[in-house]
Design a protein around this ligand. Structure first.
Ligand SMILES: Cc1cc2nc3c(=O)[nH]c(=O)nc-3n(C[C@H](O)[C@H](O)[C@H](O)COP(=O)(O)OP(=O)(O)OC[C@H]3O[C@@H](n4cnc5c(N)ncnc54)[C@H](O)[C@@H]3O)c2cc1C
Length: 387
């Protein structure tokens, strides 16, 4: 065993990169980031559509977003890159009284957690915020102007490059094959294909593969992959680039404009191989027809089949991140399970995980609800289904 690292971060996605940079910012430079892919961000991060929101239904997610938002605003000075944060807003459209009541209930939670600018909107205001959205059946909605967009790979690369400049090592194309535990239950080393690396702490930032990595340490990590598909149109000026992310919470259909193309999403995993990176034709036809019905300006806008893609959410049982020590393995830190919100929360989760590693406790935010042990303790987070 030649190499040693104070902290090994398994996974060079946006979460692992954020953890590594925040460790370096707290003075821990003896950090090794390892990823089995040949390029950083080859997991889910590159497949994210780049939405940022603080409009959630649970206080913990709202607070994570607000903390992350502050860090995104300071990103250029602190990290030296543009994270692409653009507050174009998130606009939710309700078509039933039940959906509207759920949006209103979530907004109470948001206001209590400090997101004061989120507001309920009437159809007339919806028409001003997004004139392209059909108001057929829409009875009201919710809007937050500070929600919007970010650039997942710019955040990842910003963190990783800045961490490297501080001495953090990054090894790509290296799989973590085993987390080798000693008699005391602690991980003493990490077995890679090429060598074994002794370590003080290991961070499981393996995204949708966090459960698989956990098993390599004999630790149960309740994170499972969930396939999500994205339809991408040909270049089009049918909708403006700064159109708010617009969502129909009843069935989860939503759309945004990115780099002159419209991205369409609807959460139906499809019947094929869950790891398939291509989209299903049937799903594509369905999402296109829903899109034209809800946004008539999209009639005649072609789908660019080669630009469509599928990727994986990293689902936890209650749809919230896992942040803390793994049960029974004190020096294995879990930072995963964000359940489709990992990019927007990465600035917050990385900072909090670094605090846990360096100070022995998280200081900046009360995140006890995210303890990984909550599932065994019957303390899973109760979240409303809609958002
Ligand atoms: C279609 C789609 C749209 C999305 N849209 C958004 C959005 O708008 N906003 C948002 O915030 N989030 C969004 N997400 C979710 C977001 O992509 C994830 O939450 C986020 O990328 C998770 O980051 P990560 O670093 O944990 O995972 P990843 O980026 O997947 O990184 C994990 C890394 O671990 C590596 N790895 C796994 N096992 C091992 C091993 N044994 N050894 C070494 N390396 C290993 C993988 O190669 C991978 O690179 C979306 C996801 C999808 C699929």
């Amino acid at each position: 065993m030649r190499e040693r690292a104070e902290v090994v971060v398994a996974g060079a996605g946006v979460i692992g990169a954020s953890v590594a940079w925040h460790l370096s910012a707290l003075g821990v430079r003896d950090v090794l980031v390892v990823d089995r892919a040949g390029a950083a961000g080859d997991g889910s991060t590159a497949r994210a559509t780049g939405g940022f929101r603080a409009q959630f239904g649970t206080s913990i997610n709202v607070r994570l977003s607000l903390f992350a938002r502050e860090k995104l605003r300071r990103f250029p000075e602190e990290v030296g890159a543009d994270p692409g944060y653009r507050p174009c807003g998130y606009l939710w459209l309700a078509r039933t009284a039940g959906e509207l009541a759920a949006l209103r209930a979530a907004q109470r939670v948001q206001h209590e957690a400090g997101l004061s600018e989120a507001r309920m909107v009437e159809p007339a205001e919806i028409a001003r915020l997004n004139p392209a959205a059909s108001l057929d059946d829409v009875i009201g909605g919710a809007f937050c102007p500070s929600d919007g967009f970010l650039r997942p790979l710019a955040i990842l690369r910003g963190y990783l490059d800045a961490a490297r400049r501080r001495g953090v090592r990054v090894r790509l194309g290296e799989e973590v094959q085993e987390l080798v535990r000693g008699r005391d239950g602690r991980i003493g080393s990490v077995r890679l294909a090429s060598e074994e690396v002794a370590c003080g702490t290991v961070v499981n930032a393996a995204g949708a593969w966090a459960g698989e990595l956990g098993r390599r340490a004999g630790v149960e990590v309740p994170v499972t992959p969930l396939r999500r598909q994205v339809a991408c149109t040909a270049p089009s000026s049918a909708l403006p680039e700064d159109m708010p992310m617009t969502l129909w919470p009843g069935d989860g259909f939503h759309l945004r404009v990115r780099d002159g193309r419209v991205l369409l999403l609807r959460p139906t995993p499809g019947a094929r191989d869950p790891f398939c990176a291509d989209v299903d034709d049937g799903w594509l036809r369905e999402v296109q027809s829903v899109a034209v019905e809800r946004v008539p300006a999209l009639a005649g806008v072609a789908i660019d089949r080669a630009r469509c893609w599928a990727g994986l959410y990293e689902m936890s049982p209650d749809g919230h991140a896992l942040l803390g020590r793994a049960a029974g393995c004190e020096n294995l830190i879990l930072v995963n399970g964000s359940s489709g919100h990992g990019v927007m929360h990465a600035p917050a989760l990385g900072a909090l995980a670094a605090e846990l590693i360096v100070h022995g406790a998280v200081r900046s935010l009360d995140v006890r609800l995210l303890e990984p042990t909550r599932f065994q303790e019957g303390a899973a987070i109760q979240a409303p289904g809609l958002l």
